[in-house]
Design a protein around this ligand. Structure first.
Ligand code: MG
Length: 391
């Protein structure tokens, strides 16, 4: 069997390191073309020694770039630098599929570059579709390429839809763990610290998505992501809180049948699915024992305590650049919360203020979308400094 050529963007992050794990368990099945990291050159080099990619990219600032280039050259790997390096590697089209596990908005341009070079996408970087879902899906579908979700919920929906007629979808039910504050009273939420918010009950994930899980903004981003991935209108996408994260999501069909995808909460499973699709690789990342599991619990989401979820639907209804603003304002607000500049409940407050003050643009191109992104970040920083001085 010929190896599938893959690139891993964001290789040193949480999803990236787990993807490296998956590939190392089936070394003959994949040939890695490009691996990218941000600032952790040491880890990227260590990974490059194992997977021997032709190209590596470090997008973050480096102390001594020429020394790093030499280290990678000794491994037979060309090192490219910065955003330009990422875009250059992306536009070569030298792989069959890119696992985009970049964090935040930086992945959008690179994704479009890869798609325009004829590369399919395994998407972990949900911001790409939140910012520019309509544009990105048009580019992908127009070229007959595929986009396979890595996000556990969307991977579940994708698997439930296998062999189904999309016209028969009645509802998509995205499950949400509810995060660490599922049972925390509203009055205590404002005093939550970054350390508390970074303790996710079920999943091991990066810092940004863990905070987003605590505010339910992650589920908001996922509703928007699902809307574009599966071409389903927002009113047919519902969120169900399911604290055990055993059911990863469900689809209800026209005849009333519901399909669910279940498994242990381990991101390596959806990563493996996306990289090897339509085949399944054998893994031993843990198995469910139904005779021992506690009853599965389902609850409606509390959008009073966690208003960020509601705002995602509002942004979708507004259309245009509103979802890009939702994404950027949230990313900025989470960064400010992690640095101690604002409180936990300021995150949805800043999000709402940004959505309310934004001048929406319909049919925006990439430039318009990136402009809205930049505006939202500036707005949030400015609003946050007011919050700070008022407290
Ligand atoms: Mg998810």
């Amino acid at each position: 069997m010929t190896a599938r050529t893959v690139s891993i963007w964001g290789s040193t992050g949480s999803i990236g390191t787990q993807a490296v794990d998956v590939i190392l368990t089936h070394p003959g099945r994949f040939r890695v073309v490009t691996m990218t990291g941000h600032a952790n050159g040491r880890l990227l080099l260590e990974q490059a020694k194992k997977l021997r990619p032709a190209t590596a990219v470090l997008t973050g600032p480096l102390d001594d770039p020429s020394r790093w280039k030499e280290f990678f050259r000794d491994n037979g790997t060309e090192l490219l630098l910065g955003r330009e390096g990422l875009l250059e590697a992306a536009s070569r089209g030298a792989e069959q599929i890119v696992l985009n596990a970049l964090v935040g908005a930086v992945g959008l341009e690179a994704t479009l570059a890869a798609v325009r070079a004829g590369v399919s996408i395994a998407l972990a970087n949900k911001e790409v579709l939140v910012m520019a879902g309509e544009l990105v899906m048009r580019e992908i579908r127009g070229r007959g390429l595929s986009i396979i979700p890595v996000d556990s919920e969307h991977s579940a929906v994708f698997q439930c839809l296998e062999g189904e007629n999309p016209a028969s979808i009645r509802r998509i039910l995205l499950t949400a763990s509810g995060g660490p504050f599922l049972r925390t009273p509203a009055s205590e939420l404002s005093a939550v610290t970054p350390e508390q918010a970074l303790t996710h009950p079920n999943w091991t994930m990066g810092r940004k998505v863990t905070i987003d899980s605590a505010t339910l903004a992650n589920k908001g981003l996922e509703v928007i992501e699902a809307r574009w991935l599966f071409a389903v209108p927002p009113e047919r996408i519902e969120v169900v809180v399911h604290p055990q994260s055993i059911i990863h999501s469900m689809v209800e069909f026209a005849d009333g049948s519901v399909k669910a995808q279940l498994g242990v909460p381990d991101m390596r499973i959806p990563i493996s699915h996306a990289l090897s699709y339509p085949e399944r690789l054998a893994h031993d990342f843990g198995r469910l024992d139904f005779t021992r599991s506690a009853p599965l619990v389902f609850l409606p989401p509390d959008t009073e305590r966690f208003p960020a979820l509601k705002m995602a639907y509002q942004a979708l209804a507004a259309g245009g650049t509103a979802t890009a603003v939702y994404n950027a304002a949230d990313e900025e607000a989470v960064g400010l919360f992690l640095s101690g500049a604002v409180g936990f409940t300021d995150i949805p407050r800043l999000l709402e203020a940004a959505l309310n003050s934004h001048r929406n643009a319909a049919d925006a191109d990439l430039t318009g979308i990136l402009g809205a992104d930049e505006w939202a970040r500036g707005f949030v920083r400015q609003e946050a400094s007011k919050v700070k001085s008022a407290s």
